[in-house]
Design a protein around this ligand. Sequence first.
Ligand code: NAD
Ligand code: TDX
Length: 333
Amino acid sequence: MAIRLLVTGGAGFIGSNFVHHTLAMDAGHTVTVLDALTYAGSVSNLAPVADRITFVHGNITDAALVDQLVGEHDVVVHFAAESHNDNSLSNPRPFVDTNIIGTYTILEAVRRHGNRLHHISTDEVFGDLELDDPAKFTSRTPYNPSSPYSSTKAGSDLLVRAWVRSFGLQATISNCSNNYGPYQHVEKFLPRQITNIIDGVMPKLYGSGQNVRDWIHVDDHNAAVHNIIDKGRTGETYLIGADGETDNKSALEMLLQLMGKPADWYEHVSDRPGHDLRYAIDSSDLRAELGWTPQYTSFEHGLAQTVEWYRANEAWWRPQKDATEARYKTLGR
Ligand code: NAD
Ligand code: TDX
């Protein structure tokens, strides 16, 4: 059935890929993007589909605007967030405003209009795991976030759960692991190192590099989100992951090999304060209930495609590169 989708944060990394994915499905859905175009969002992410969507430049904390837009759509897919841990350590305030107040604003509008909401969240709400812990995160794992970023995401999830329980909101939540793919901001680990290598600058590994992230291609994440919108049970939390556990040092060595550099061509820089050690998702509930499976089964193959995308789209990332590295320099990273 064709639906009218309101996509918050649709000019960011995952949100813009979601819009591309949605239109490629050719299901007749109409798409409106609501995005404040912070440093992390760009209309250029939507350029290939600009004539097929409605773009609204606005803030999710603007209650009147959000109320009007929510009233005009069937389903709200809520990606908008401040998303970078390092920034949350330097200045937590925008994280509280967007992730907490922004989500509250959306919840109140959805409550008034009675639409369906899907809230996008992260595995970081569960805290971290020991390297040798056989356990992975499940939807039953208690929340234990570490950073201002992850604690504001945890807060937003809990608000959604409360609005479901108290007001009967028709909402679902998904918590996904680390995404990679096209249109990811150069502040994030993989794009930062890909663009450093293109520039002839040594990649920067935080601390020892033993920290593990559970990588998933952004298209697999977005396919799962569509499954949840179509078939998910309201009130449920779904964990999305593709069994992609890789330590940062190994991920970097893979990248160096793909880009023709020696395996040790990187430097260790100071560690992120409070740096989570390991994330790992058990997505068996999602797979069993909704029949989702990831299409990208080889991280190396997905990474090679991503490297090619950054090589082919220098005009997209170049304007952000110097300012991003200048910010890192002030942090000693
Ligand atoms: P991103 O930083 O690339 O994009 C965020 C987008 O939200 C940007 O376009 C930005 O302009 C917009 N935005 C920020 N504040 C806003 C506001 N107040 N009003 C309207 N728009 C605003 O982030 P991303 O990596 O694409 O993450 C998207 C969502 O997915 C977030 O909710 C994040 O927590 C979640 N998530 C990300 C990952 C990951 O690996 N990147 C993993 C799991 C979950
Ligand atoms: O230069 C770097 N060197 C480095 O070693 C950077 C930028 C990062 N790192 C490390 C820190 C992490 O262990 O790489 C790992 C990944 O770092 P980020 O890309 O900053 O991601 P992370 O902190 O794991 O959070 C990401 O995944 C979960 C997203 O940014 C979040 O939005 C998402 O919720």
